[in-house]
Structures are given as structure tokens and as C-alpha cells.
Design a protein around this ligand. Structure first.
Ligand SMILES: *[C@@H]1O[C@H](CO)[C@@H](O)[C@H](O)[C@H]1NC(C)=O
Ligand SMILES: *[C@@H]1O[C@H](CO)[C@@H](O)[C@H](O)[C@H]1NC(C)=O
Ligand SMILES: *[C@@H]1O[C@H](CO)[C@@H](O)[C@H](O)[C@H]1NC(C)=O
Ligand SMILES: *[C@@H]1O[C@H](CO)[C@@H](O)[C@H](O)[C@H]1NC(C)=O
Length: 924
């Protein structure tokens, strides 16, 4: 296994002539352990006449991007010259981007250069007769940065290492880890983690593996969008035992947090000419899955590995839902299927499968090629037989611990074979268990097929690792996600099409802003969820965040620029590993180098040159990392997806995407401009009669909680009801009522949209989706358009359109509550059986108004109206239409009917009170 390590050996003589190298040319390096010579050096580092004065770790995390600095100040307090070491475990997915060292007042500063440039400079140093060495270590997710400096007695050395990484959300959590190994007691030992998240921090916790005595030493202070975590054990607290000088501080310090998000969850941030779009919706029903588990049962799996795989599979199978289809293929030199076809994950089938797994006895060789081809065939057959729901997610999960030994064994041929038969809608996830496995191969084949690979460490918790990986991919919520930006506003956008979105993860797209006068940036996210398509708009102020960041002391300004580069470099590294020709690889390498130099990342193709100056001239050090070392990072940092074919979108996009066709505008357009019928405010009904060109108004004074029917149409299967809320205080001895909830239910489609003042729920079969008013969205099922904080439009079959307008009052308003208004087009096409407070007027009745005369109020004329055979007294007045101006409304002149519309509506208004939001009127 290739584990990247960085090493610097600095030989430092009395005469102030130095030489430095930090290098890691792993291809040619075969040593895995320290040589005896190095062991001795290492002993020296551990020696007692070295004093570590301080050891400080500071991480600044801003919008999921972390900049970590590790600083240590050390003195050679012995009587001889000796080596002082500075070893730091850093996460594999982090890029080192600076290293500085101060030795007795002489500063060495780092700068990242192309590897060849750095190497040449190092070679020059070597030509002057200096030496260097490399050491490797193995660990799960970390790599070691290791430095040694040989210094005379009394010397003081300060080390400072910087690295950056993006936090990838997994199972609903961002996790930041810091390894603490100061090696000895330190008078000043301190960890500070500063988090700044503009949308707010949902929770933040800290834990460590250092032991009982440290469990209460962490302090967390936390405001809405900032958190500061401090860990600062005193000398005494660091002691391993009473009166001894050994340090107990050796372990991992972990901070976990999540951010607040709207349920629709688009978050767009702009800073210093770069933007980052985060997308992590929740409250969506999972898509159903079709899974083929392909499990290696060759001889090498025998023992603990198989036992753990079986244990994990029991839990994984139990987790399948009734909507899922699955089968199991186990292979050694032969390929066996538990079931030749996918079967529904009923409890009977799941139990059968569990029994099967338990009975497996590993032995024999490894025929990965055949096993994978069989798995693809199984999915293809299911698809051809129409078993696969087009909105479901099809995947193959391969668990293997070794290289192929039987059948096709050439890795590149296996990769080609699999890719040839895979369909765009299938993906392959591969899990490499143990160290025998060629992980690069598993990763390439997964990336090539829209999946990811994960290394499973063959230790005591391998079963948990398998289960954790599975839980990350077991809940796909969306498919075919695309995040668009106005074309002329941005460039250099990172991957913006994703195959899937899994519950608890996050999709991130970054890019650069093009110079313009724009003050806001918009994004549009389109995706397909269980049984509907989403269309969500987000917007960000271009300067807002920077002015906020500049006032926060510990935020990481420039995060967006580095984050963009971080994502781009990782993407290019992944692209490079899949590039078919040497020429392509070379071109990608050039791009990686240019970006890494510009943004100061030590990558497989760049190295850090650390230069110091004294009277003797420049002295140099090289920090380097192995080729493909960042490989593992790509699977963890890149979203869980692969290249995505362009798919045709079914619905409207904002004008900047598709200027000629915009049903969004069209749908709301009718409701925003045409003459319509409405009920708004303290429920004021305005019924427009196009033929007589007259508006008639009435109020309904009912009680909070009552559900009133507006439209009930058994013909089209549509019912629209509104539930009343009361104001907070009485006025003239009476509680005013408003609509607090509007339900639009299509029985034919089995779809109900419930619009409340806090959120909008869309229910469809067993699926239940929740949206906030906080973002503009369009859901195409029938069509539901949400315009942020404004209105929701629901269109059913293109025939019936309803707009629900949101009226917000300020939060602590003493009297008023948030409420809703309802507007319906007079062009709505109901059946002849439609009824309801509004529905009954779909067929325009004969209306006659006569005897207009001055009323008690000289400004309000009075008259008599004949309607439906009744004579009713009416008053000339006006009501408000709030579609254009939500604050003031515009006046609509109408004839007002008193007494809750008595004589105008059929029967009494109480006949329109229904028990449920989805009830139809039975009889009047
Ligand atoms: C590296 O750190 C040193 C010391 O803090 C600083 O002077 C130098 O500018 C940094 N280099 C880069 C490229 O940020
Ligand atoms: C630690 O040292 C103190 C003072 O020398 C002594 O009284 C005490 O017993 C020691 N404790 C242990 C556990 O050795
Ligand atoms: C960014 O985009 C511009 C214009 O498309 C292109 O010239 C440039 O090479 C891109 N830069 C990077 C780093 O990809
Ligand atoms: C849908 O979800 C919301 C919120 O999660 C819940 O209040 C409501 O009862 C659910 N409706 C159904 C029909 O499950």
C-alpha cells in the first residue's frame, strides 16, 4: 500500500551551512520501516534533553473549509548537538500549503513550486555534499509530515505547518480531526478550533480519544454562526501518572458540527470573486434501490474478514426497505448467484439471503471480471423486463480483498469490460477490505462507473466500516442533479452535474465570478426526486459575505478561492487517473501544477521549497508528496457521483438558462395579471364575473380551526380547502380570522399540497416532501412553483391553477398573525359538478343590480341584487387584491354582500365547513 509521507531531514552543522529536503519519491522508495540508523535518530528525538515549550494547533473553518496551523517551539536543552523532530499527522485529503521553520533566529519560509523546479534546487543543495532521507508510516486516514533538524546545544527551533482541507458532510455531520502527539509534557499545549458558518451552526460537539482525564477539559462557546472550541490541558493534566514526566496526550481530537439549512437547502456564498454553492436538502423521501451485492469469497477472505463481512451484510440486508430490489453474487474462481434475478426485499427474502450469506465458506481464487459482468447482466435483465422503476437507483456494491487471479486478470481489461456493459443509470461502489487489495484499481473502476471506492481496514471494526459506508449510500434522495449558474456571470465552474444525492451528504459546486456590475448571483438546481422533479432557485449577495467576514476575527477570508482550487485540483487528479492517453495525462498534469502553484498546495506534482537566508546565501528544503497520493482524497472529497450525461429537463428554467421557454412565468403570469377570483385577508372573497364584468365580495366570519371549502370538484377530483387561524387579540370583541393553511388536493393524482405559513408540504402516495418559504422552487409533478417568501402556485393538469400568497407580519406583532391569500384564475377549467364557496360561481349566474341609491355612509352606495332567484341588499365598496403589492394591495371595486354571503352563496356558510383538509363537499 502506498501511504504518502512527507519528510524533511535537515542536517545542521555548527558552521551554519545547512541542507534541507522534504521529499517523497515513492515510486523508487521501497522502505516501509525505519532503518536502525533512523531508529537511533528517533530515539534521540525522544530523548530527555529536548524541551518543547509550546505546541499549538489552530483551525479556522469557514463555510466547511478549514485552514489548520500547527506550531511548535522546541529547545535543545542538552549538552550535545542533536536532532529535533517535528511530526504531524495530517488528514490524507488535506493539502499542505506552507511550512516555516525558525532556527536560532534564521527563518526558512516555504513556497510551492513545480516538482521539477523544486527538485533541481534540491539537487543543487545535494551537490554541495548534503544528505537527505525518507521515512514512511502507515495509518488509516492520515499521513505523516515528519521533519528533523540537527542543532547545536541551546538552539531554539520553531516549526509551523499549514494545511487546508474541505469538510465533506457525511451522515449529517462535518468532522474535523486534529492528531495530538506533542511527545512530551508541554507548558503551553493548546488547540483552538474556530468555526464560522454564515447560515448558522446547528450543533457543535468535541470529543477526544486521549482518555478519561481529558473528557471535561474542552470548552465550547457557540453563538448562532460562530463557535470556538478550546482544549488547553495544564502540565499537570497532561501527565500520564502522578509524579512522572510522560505525556498522556497522544490521540485524536475531533470536532463535529452541522449547519442550519432550509429544507430545500440551497446555500450560495460569494467571496472575493469566487462562489460556492452548497446543496444538501433533507425532508425528501428516499428513492428506491436496486442493489446487487458482489462479495468476494475467495480463500483470502477466510477467517475474520469473512466473519465481519457476514456481520455487516446482516445489518445491511435488514436495512433494505420493501421498495428495494436486490440479489447477492458471491465469487471465488466460480461465480454463484443467491438468486439469478433481483427480488423484492421482503422480510422473507431478506431472511433467506441472510441464511445464504452465513453458509458461505471462503476458498479458492478470485474472478472479479466474471462476477461484475454477471451483476451488470442482472440489472440489465431487470431493466429490460421493466422491473426497474425509472426513478429508482441501481447499484452494484463490490466487496473484495484481493487482486483477480482467475479468468480475466488484466486490470485495465476488466475495467474496460465492465464499462462497456454498464448503463449510464447504474453505478458501481467498491469496497477494498485489507491491504492485499489493489485499491487504485477498485477506485478507478468505481469512478469510471459513477461510484466511489472505500478502503476498509481489516481490523476489529471492519464490520462497522462496511456498515457506515453502506449507510452513506443507502438513502439516495435525488437523481440527476444539475446546478446551473447564469452563463455570462461565472466561469471555471467545478463539476455541477451529479448522478445522485445521498441523505446526509452535501453537493458542492464552486467557481469564479466574471467581472460585472451584478450585485447578486443566482443559481438554479434541478433534480429528480421520488416521483417529482425539483427546480430550486437560490440567490446570494455578491458583497454581503465579505463585509461580514471582515468583521470576524477568526474567520478564514479567502476560503472560497481556496475551496474552488481544492475542488478543481481534486477533480483534475481524478480525471487524470482516468485519462486514456499519456498526452491527456500530461495536459492535465500541467493544469494541476499551475493551479497548485498559484494556490500553494503540495500535490503529487508540486513540492514545497523551504528557503532560508543567512550570510552564507540561500538554503533550501523541499516538501514533496508522492504521485497519486491524493488519490484517496478524491473519493472522499468528490461528491458521491461520477460524470453525468446531459439530461433533458422537463420543465422551465429561469430566463438566463432558456430564454424562449419559461412556463414558470407563464403559469404564475396568468395568476399575477389576469382578472381572477380570490379570497384574502380577513377572509374577503372577491368573485369576478367576466361576462357581466362585475366583482362581488363577501366575508365569512367563522372560527379559528374551521376548514372552509373553496373548490370541490368531483369531476376533476380536485378539492381546495382553507383552514382558519385567529388573530392574537380580540378586536371589537371579536377574533379576526384568516386562512393559515390552504390544501390543494387532486384525488385523481393522489397528490396533496398543503401550504402553511411556515412550510409547504407535498404529499404523494407514501412520499412526503417538505419545503420552506425560504427559497424559490418549482416542483413538477403537477406543477408547484414556490417563489421565495412570496407565493406558491399549484397547477393541476394545466387546467386548474391556484396561487397562494404569503402575508408575513413582523415576528412579535401583538395582534396579527401570518396568513395566506388564495387567487384562482377565472379561466380555470372545472367540471360541471364543481361546487364550494368559490367553485359554485364557475358557471356565471345571472346577476342584476338595481335601485342604486345613497346609503347611510354617503361614500357607499347601496342597491338590490337579484341572483339565483334571491333579492339581496348590496353595498358598493372595495376590497384589496394583494397580488401586485402585498403591503397595500390594490383596490377592487365590488358589490358587497352582507351576512356571510347569505343569499349569494348556496345555503349557509356553515355548510362549507369540512372535517378534513382533503375532504370534498358532500351536499348543500
Ligand atoms: C508561509 O508562512 C510564512 C510565515 O507565516 C509567511 O511569511 C509566508 O508568506 C507563507 N507563505 C505563503 C505562500 O502563504
Ligand atoms: C509524588 O511525589 C510526592 C512528593 O515527592 C510524594 O509525596 C507522593 O507520594 C508521590 N506520589 C506517587 C504516586 O509516587
Ligand atoms: C478559467 O476559464 C478561463 C475562460 O474559460 C480559461 O481561459 C482558464 O484557463 C480557466 N482557468 C482554469 C484554472 O481552469
Ligand atoms: C408529512 O410530513 C410532515 C412533516 O414532516 C408531517 O407533519 C405530516 O404529518 C406528514 N404527512 C403525512 C401524510 O405523512
Amino acid at each position: 500500500m502506498k501511504t504518502p509521507v512527507l519528510l524533511c531531514v535537515l542536517l545542521f552543522s555548527q558552521s551554519w551551512a545547512f541542507e534541507f529536503i522534504i521529499d517523497g519519491e515513492w515510486e523508487s522508495e521501497t522502505r516501509n520501516v525505519l532503518t536502525s540508523e533512523e531508529e537511533e535518530d528517533f530515539e534521540a528525538i525522544q530523548g530527555n534533553d529536548i524541551t518543547v515549550k509550546s505546541y499549538k494547533v489552530e483551525s479556522r473553518i469557514t463555510s466547511r473549509f478549514a485552514h489548520t496551523t500547527v506550531k511548535s517551539s522546541v529547545v535543545n536543552s542538552g549538552h550535545n548537538a542533536q536532532s529535533i523532530g517535528f511530526n504531524v499527522e495530517i488528514p490524507k485529503r488535506a493539502f499542505i500549503n506552507n511550512f516555516t521553520m525558525n532556527v536560532n533566529g534564521i527563518t526558512f519560509t516555504g513556497s510551492v513550486k513545480e516538482k521539477s523546479v523544486a527538485r533541481n534546487l534540491y539537487a543543487q543543495a545535494r551537490a554541495r555534499g548534503k544528505a537527505a532521507g525518507i521515512v514512511r508510516t502507515n495509518s488509516q486516514a492520515m499521513e505523516t509530515f515528519r521533519t528533523e533538524v540537527h542543532v547545536p546545544p541551546g538552539s531554539k527551533v520553531e516549526f509551523e505547518l499549514h494545511y487546508q482541507e474541505m469538510m465533506q458532510r457525511k451522515l449529517g455531520v462535518y468532522q474535523h480531526t486534529v492528531h495530538l502527539q506533542p511527545g512530551r509534557l508541554v507548558p503551553l499545549l493548546q488547540v483552538d478550533v474556530y468555526i464560522f458558518e454564515p447560515k448558522g451552526i446547528k450543533f457543535v460537539t468535541a470529543s477526544n480519544t486521549l482518555g478519561e482525564q481529558f473528557s471535561d477539559l474542552t470548552k465550547i462557546t457557540h453563538t448562532k454562526e460562530k463557535a470556538h472550541i478550546v482544549f488547553k490541558p495544564t502540565l499537570q493534566q497532561q501527565c500520564k501518572c502522578e509524579n512522572c514526566t510522560e505525556s498522556a496526550v497522544d490521540g485524536v481530537f475531533t470536532v463535529k458540527y452541522d449547519v442550519e439549512r432550509e429544507s430545500n437547502a440551497g446555500e450560495l456564498q460569494v467571496s472575493e470573486g469566487h462562489f460556492v454553492q452548497f446543496f444538501a436538502p433533507s425532508d425528501l423521501s428516499p428513492l428506491s434501490k436496486n442493489i446487487v451485492f458482489v462479495i468476494d469469497v475467495s480463500g483470502s477472505m477466510w477467517g475474520l474478514k469473512m466473519k465481519q463481512t457476514v456481520e455487516a451484510m446482516q445489518a445491511i440486508l435488514d436495512d433494505l426497505s420493501m421498495d428495494d430490489y436486490f440479489s447477492i453474487i458471491d465469487f471465488n474462481h466460480n461465480v454463484r448467484c443467491w438468486n439469478e434475478d433481483l427480488v423484492q426485499a421482503s422480510s422473507i427474502q431478506v431472511n433467506e439471503a441472510k441464511k445464504y450469506i452465513q453458509s458461505i465458506k471462503p476458498n479458492g481464487g478470485t474472478n472479479i471480471n466474471e462476477a461484475l459482468l454477471r451483476a451488470v447482466q442482472m440489472l440489465l435483465r431487470a431493466s429490460n423486463q421493466g422491473l426497474i422503476d425509472p426513478r429508482s437507483v441501481s447499484m452494484i456494491i463490490l466487496v473484495s480483498d484481493g487482486d483477480p487471479t482467475v479468468g480475466e486478470i488484466k486490470l485495465s481489461t476488466i475495467q474496460k469490460n465492465v464499462k462497456r456493459v454498464m448503463r449510464e443509470e447504474f453505478s458501481l461502489y467498491s469496497l477494498g477490505i485489507g491491504f492485499d487489495v489493489d485499491f487504485d484499481f477498485l477506485e478507478r473502476i468505481a469512478m469510471d462507473n459513477r461510484g466511489i471506492a472505500q478502503r476498509i481496514y481489516a481490523n476489529h471494526d471492519a464490520a462497522d466500516q462496511l456498515k457506515t459506508f453502506y449507510s452513506q449510500v443507502s438513502s439516495p434522495l435525488l437523481r440527476t442533479i444539475a446546478i446551473h449558474f447564469p452563463e455570462n456571470a461565472v466561469n471555471n465552474v467545478t463539476q455541477n452535474r451529479f448522478d445522485k444525492f445521498f441523505h446526509g451528504s452535501e453537493l458542492i459546486v464552486a467557481g469564479k465570478l466574471q467581472p460585472s456590475d451584478l450585485t447578486t448571483l443566482q443559481s438554479l438546481t434541478t433534480a429528480s426526486a421520488a416521483n417529482m422533479d425539483l427546480n430550486i432557485q437560490t440567490e446570494a449577495d455578491i458583497h454581503g459575505l465579505d463585509s461580514v467576514l471582515s468583521t470576524h476575527q477568526h474567520s478564514f477570508t479567502g476560503f472560497a478561492r481556496q475551496m474552488w482550487a481544492y475542488i478543481t485540483v481534486n477533480q483534475l487528479l481524478a480525471e487524470r487517473s482516468l485519462a486514456p492517453t499519456a498526452n491527456k495525462k500530461r495536459r492535465i498534469t500541467q493544469r494541476i501544477m499551475a493551479l497548485a502553484v498559484e494556490h500553494q498546495f503540495v500535490t503529487p506534482f508540486t513540492a514545497m521549497l523551504v528557503e532560508g537566508h543567512d550570510q552564507g546565501g540561500a538554503e533550501r528544503l523541499i516538501a514533496d508528496s508522492p504521485r497519486d497520493s491524493k488519490h484517496g482524497c478524491c473519493s472522499t472529497t468528490a461528491p458521491l457521483s461520477g460524470p453525468q450525461p446531459v439530461q433533458q429537463l422537463l420543465y422551465a428554467k429561469p430566463q438566463w438558462i432558456q430564454p424562449t421557454y419559461a412556463p414558470t412565468q407563464e403559469a404564475t403570469g396568468t395568476l399575477e395579471s389576469t382578472i381572477i377570483t380570490s379570497v384574502d385577508n380577513d377572509p374577503h372573497f372577491i368573485i369576478h364575473f367576466p361576462k357581466s364584468n362585475m366583482d362581488i365580495c363577501f366575508n365569512i366570519d367563522s372560527k379559528p380551526g374551521h376548514i372552509l371549502n373553496l373548490i370541490s370538484d368531483p369531476g376533476t377530483g380536485v378539492t381546495i380547502n382553507g383552514q382558519l387561524v385567529g388573530s392574537k387579540k380580540m378586536k371589537n370583541n371579536k377574533i379576526d380570522t384568516y386562512f393559515g393553511t390552504i390544501s390543494i388536493y387532486s384525488k385523481t393524482h393522489g397528490v396533496q399540497v398543503i401550504v402553511g405559513t411556515n412550510r409547504i408540504d407535498l404529499m404523494e402516495g407514501r412520499n412526503n416532501h417538505s419545503f420552506s418559504w425560504g427559497a424559490t422552487a418549482e416542483l413538477v409533478l403537477d406543477r408547484v412553483t414556490i417563489v421565495k417568501e412570496e407565493h406558491v402556485t399549484v397547477t393541476i393538469d394545466g387546467k386548474i391553477s391556484v396561487m397562494v400568497l404569503l402575508h408575513r407580519v413582523w415576528k412579535k406583532h401583538p395582534v396579527q398573525v401570518d396568513f395566506l391569500g388564495v387567487y384562482m384564475s377565472s379561466d380555470n377549467k372545472y367540471s360541471t359538478r364543481v361546487h364550494g364557496l368559490i367553485g359554485q360561481f364557475a358557471q356565471e349566474p345571472e346577476l342584476k343590480v338595481y335601485g342604486v341609491h345613497e346609503g347611510a355612509d354617503p361614500k357607499k352606495k347601496e342597491a338590490t341584487m337579484v341572483v339565483k332567484g334571491n333579492k339581496v341588499a348590496v353595498t358598493r365598496g372595495w376590497q384589496k387584491d394583494y397580488r401586485r403589492d402585498k403591503k397595500r394591495g390594490s383596490d377592487v371595486y365590488c358589490w358587497f354582500i352582507h351576512n356571510n354571503g347569505k343569499g349569494f352563496i348556496d345555503g349557509s356558510y356553515t355548510s362549507y365547513i369540512l372535517p378534513q383538509l382533503d375532504s370534498f363537499l358532500t351536499a348543500i
